[in-house]
Ligand binder design. Structure first.
Ligand code: ATP
Ligand code: MG
Ligand code: MG
Length: 351
């Protein structure tokens, strides 16, 4: 077989399509937005909603394997339409990652620590949960949040109903604020035979809820890296996962770690792998879902990856003059505030 179907045509789908092309695969991308960045590099585009069963069946009939670039693919339609063709990562991973309550329960159920949390369905439940968890909390919608959207801080002043209503009174999760020193992530892959390969963890800085910078190794000590690898492997095995996963962590002052959330896909904090490793996270994902041998995730350089958000993309021409810098632009014609337009990775020698 030689055609890979990709659900989602954003920059992640685009980079997956590029990696697939380099391995000699054809790609078909499905996305409802006709302006999707991935359509520029895919062999074929299907413009359709993710729950359009006819379109999903059409995609399936033309592909040898189907994967996805984002975690909000509707699980029911995908399961019922993508039959007889591999769908990786498994839909069970989607179900876990789509809902912050299911995700936290899954993690705690396999002994992985998270922020203290309560499921919230009403203002009354929010009031009770605040008594349990304390007022230093973040309220998040259970589903569809990204880049810090769908989150509200609980304020001491003002009624607690404000936060709940500001999120549209949707089903929520209340999370205790974790006093972390820094955030880190693990990008790891599991192959069809159950083999696991993990990249070195990244030290991540966010601003306004959006990933700003990932440094490798950054502040991540060998002890913390080891704990992150063990945690990642436990998650991958429990989900009988196939493909690349991103696991976001909080690291406390005593070097203990908690999981913030998991992304059942390639992850922004792994973009540096295209510059500092022989096999990028995108190629690794394509290899895993196509049943090919996984690549060695070893790193040949230290690096810092930075996102180009909104009109920061104007910096790209001056960046082109720098040595040891790998620039990647997503081909998005419209610049919008907060929109990820590209990223770059600066490489430095490993000491
Ligand atoms: P992403 O774009 O990574 O999917 P998201 O919208 O799903 O983001 P989270 O990762 O849950 O949101 O939260 C965004 C950021 O907010 C985190 O990276 C962290 O900086 C902060 N944050 C979230 N939850 C907590 C918490 N319980 N305690 C402390 N900080 C938190
Ligand atoms: Mg998220
Ligand atoms: Mg996150």
């Amino acid at each position: 077989g030689s055609t890979v179907g990709i659900l989602g045509g954003g920059q992640l789908g685009r980079m997956l399509a590029m990696a697939a092309a380099r391995l000699g695969y054809r790609t078909i991308v499905l996305d409802p937005n006709p302006e999707s960045p991935a359509f520029q590099v895919a062999n074929e585009a299907i413009v359709a909603a993710y729950d359009d069963r006819k379109a999903l069946v059409q995609l399936t009939s033309r592909c040898d394997v189907v994967t996805y670039e984002f975690e909000n693919v509707p699980v029911g339609p995908a399961r019922q339409s993508i039959i007889g063709t591999g769908l990786y990562p498994p839909p069970e991973a989607l179900e876990v990652a789509q809902d912050r309550v299911v995700e936290k329960a899954f993690l705690n159920g396999i002994g992985i620590e998270t922020a203290p949390w309560r499921a919230i369905g009403s203002v009354e439940e929010l009031g009770h949960a605040l008594v349990d968890i304390g007022t230093d909390c973040i309220l998040k919608t259970r589903r569809f949040g990204y880049d810090g959207k769908g989150q509200a801080n609980i304020r001491r002043e003002g009624p607690v109903s404000d936060a709940f209503e500001s999120l549209g009174a949707k089903p929520c999760i209340l999370e205790g604020k974790v006093p972390f020193v820094y955030e880190a992530s693990l990008i790891a892959a599991r192959g069809q035979a159950g083999d696991i390969k993990a990249y070195d963890p990244a030290d991540n800085e966010h601003s306004l809820g959006i990933l700003r910078r990932s440094s490798v190794p950054g502040r991540v000590s060998a002890t913390v890296a080891d704990a992150m690898r063990k945690t990642g492997a436990a998650i991958l095995d429990k989900l009988t996962y196939v493909g690349v996963i991103g696991v976001e962590f909080f690291v406390r002052a005593d070097d203990t770690i908690l999981v913030n959330e998991i992304a059942p896909r390639v992850h922004n904090s792994g973009h540096w792998t295209e510059a500092a490793c022989a096999v990028s996270q995108f190629e690794q994902h394509i290899r895993a879902v196509c049943g090919l041998p996984l690549g060695d995730p070893v790193r040949h350089s230290n690096c810092v990856m930075e996102n180009l958000i909104g009109d920061e993309v104007r910096k790209s021409e001056s960046l082109m003059g720098e040595s040891d810098l790998v620039l990647h632009l997503y081909g998005k014609s419209e610049v919008r505030a907060g929109r990820k337009m590209g990223h770059f990775t600066r490489l430095t020698a490993m000491s």
